[in-house]
Ligand binder design. Structure first.
Ligand code: HPA
Length: 270
């Protein structure tokens, strides 16, 4: 993998990805932040050597380099998911590339279901901790110790300083920002009522199909990292309504302006 990472990074540097400081991963239905960026270069994932190929059609699947609030950023518009058949190493490969390009901070967004029923669809939740329910680790491979520590500390995976900044920005802009625990599942099926009940019992506030692998690898690489969930559905096991992916995307779009404000103001403050 080390060799491939070097080749991918060399390719991107050659194409003009010149020392980004901050990496951003945009989740399902949350791609509009790129309209705020002065784009210097953008490349489809399928043109980048050794990158997994984008498959889900509503992901545009592009890596973007540009300026946002005076900072050099590299942005993933669309991410890779386990449910598309990728491995955990595939899913997190771009995080390793962004780190090699030079980022010190990674900001992540996703769409998630609200397990905590005090949270409503369309609300935003700052992730303070997580529960990995994807059955494995992106660090469970031979040779991981050559790329960093194997037994990565997870006592504080989300950067407290950044989270404090997010909370202050939310207050200043009248954004109702919840805080909570995100649990990651494989998907692509949504959860049963019994599974939602279990998630609540074990201490989850939200559930989604991404983010945790990227956070683990960001910690492996000692990046500062923070993540925000847009809550797209209410997972009430006693009154569960069928959801479909179109509803989830529509709800993500509804919360998107607030998420854009949070990310822009945060980047301005870094
Ligand atoms: N479960 C899992 N992933 C999700 C959900 C959900 O309810 N909503 C959005 N992503």
């Amino acid at each position: 993998m080390i060799n491939q990472i070097e080749k991918t990074t060399e390719y991107l540097i050659e194409k003009g990805f010149d020392k980004p400081e901050i990496g951003i991963i945009l989740g399902t239905g949350l791609g509009q932040l790129i309209n705020e960026i002065d784009i210097i270069k953008e490349i489809s994932y399928n043109h980048i050597p050794y990158f997994p190929t984008a498959t889900v059609e509503f992901h545009k699947g592009k890596l973007i380099f540009g300026m946002l609030e005076g900072k050099k950023v590299v942005v993933m518009q669309g991410r890779f998911h386990l449910y598309e058949g990728y491995t955990l190493q595939d899913v997190t490969y771009p995080v390793r590339i962004m780190e090699k390009l030079g980022i010190h901070t990674l900001l992540v967004s996703n769409a998630a279901g609200a397990i905590n029923l005090n949270f409503k669809k369309g609300d935003i939740m700052l992730i303070e901790d997580h529960i990995n329910l994807q059955g494995s680790s992106p660090l469970a491979f031979n040779g991981v110790e050559k790329m960093g520590e194997r037994f990565v500390d997870m006592s504080a995976p989300y950067n407290a300083e950044i989270n404090t900044k997010f909370k202050n920005i939310a207050k200043a802009h009248n954004i109702n920002l919840h805080q909570g625990v995100y649990s990651s599942v494989v998907g692509p099926q949504l959860e049963t009522r019994a599974e939602y009940r279990m998630l609540k019992i074990i201490g989850a506030d939200a559930v989604g199909m991404s983010t945790v692998p990227e956070i683990i690898v960001a910690n492996h690489l000692k990046l500062k990292v923070a993540a925000v969930s847009v809550l797209t559905d209410e997972c009430d096991p006693d009154h569960l309504e069928p959801v479909n992916i179109e509803d989830i995307i529509a709800m993500a779009h509804k919360a998107e302006p607030d998420m854009i404000t949070l990310f822009k103001e945060l980047i301005k403050s870094l």
